[in-house]
Write a protein that binds this ligand. Sequence first.
Ligand code: PFF
Length: 463
Amino acid sequence: MASRGAFSNKLGFILAAAGSAVGLGNIWKFPFEVEAGGGAAFVMLYLVFCFVLCFPVMVTEIAIGRKTEKNAVGAFTDLGFKKWKVVGMLGILAGVVILSFYNVVAGWAFGYFIEMIQGNFDIGSNFGGFVSDIGKVGLYGIIFMLVTAYIVSRGVSGGIERAAKILMPTLIIMILGLVLYSFTLPNAMTGVKYYLVPDFSELNLRVIGGALRQAFFSLSLGMGALITYGSYLSKKENIVSSAAYITMFDVGIAFIAGLMMFPLVSYNSGGDMSNIQGGAGLIFVTLPQVFQSLGPVLGIVVGSFFFLLLSFAALTSTVSLLEVPVSYAVDEYGIKRNRAVIVTSIIIFVAGIPSMLGNGYSAFFSNFITYIGAESPTDFMTFFGHLADILLLLGGCLIVFFAAHIWKTKNLNAELSEGYPAYEGSFVQKFLDFTISYFCPVVLGVLFVLVVLSNFFGISLIN
Ligand code: PFF
């Protein structure tokens, strides 16, 4: 049998996994979640969730993958629990659902890069026109999927790891450059203050739930992406410290993205932070206006730089999303990697067409579903986003429950001790034993139920 591939060392693994984690979730979504959640109060909560809830799930996923050297589905069978492969199947489904719409937004980011190079700043005020221009959006979506597919087709060390080793350091340099630049603009500090001074009055259960969900999505958990990446990690390496680095990397980039974003927004509004636009608009509507005000030359440089950065961040995430079904097809059906890449990317691209159409082009997909108790319909992409949310929470809950209570903590701990001989008996072990066995499955299970009720049935218990 042909080799499945492997990361060449710990750094390669960490960069690839951090590449999966750092994406649109960090640079696009995190800042406006912070804005909605009361600034620094939200950031502090987010940090706690990342380390107390998400880090243990990450460790578990990587350990299951490395122990079995199998994809998200095969891993469960390989451990001897055939029925549990349904958890892996859910993960594959989540991967397909997420990548189908994630690729569309990544295509927008790339499209904006092309528009910025041409100095077309008006694109910001015409965001609605852009996303409903199906010719353009389709083309950018195809380009993004082709680049993703190309990287994945080159294999683990030659494709995924190599791309991460180039893109991640570039991304860090670009984002730091933009932070420094944005600090020099008038009113920058008003934005920074807004971002960093906590306002606990806006903290409520909804915000807390939102922080948890955001942390989970941002760390690429709950769908077997890290089971898959973990399956390519050498037994020599320390899983626990690797997961800690990946978490810090992701949290760090999200935090820095806020440091870049709020000064730009504050500059644009002349220091008035009372009425800033959240949601998709923060990046796709407000920022082009900011870039325009920098003048033609500087505006083009900074603007195209920003959207290229966003595209790079998205690319290492789309790569990890595609690798999940690809490695499943390769391991379980013995299909050649190239062929698996072609088939899965076509399926996923097609599954993404309703998301492309549902932003104004097609009335049907733009008003796809009206949830019970809702007054207005939800578009297809948002619907898929909600579906993804619950699949990840359910998947994460089942993965930790499985590891602690079905596969058993002692087996998990034996795997974690490989590459970390001092693990057994350490404080970290006690912390992880407790969180993986009880804390994470309970919190994720409860959150899953609450999110299903509030997203789909309009029953909000967390207001
Ligand atoms: N973590 C990515 C982001 O924050 O943009 C999104 C993601 C990638 C989620 C890979 C899940 C996944 F498996």
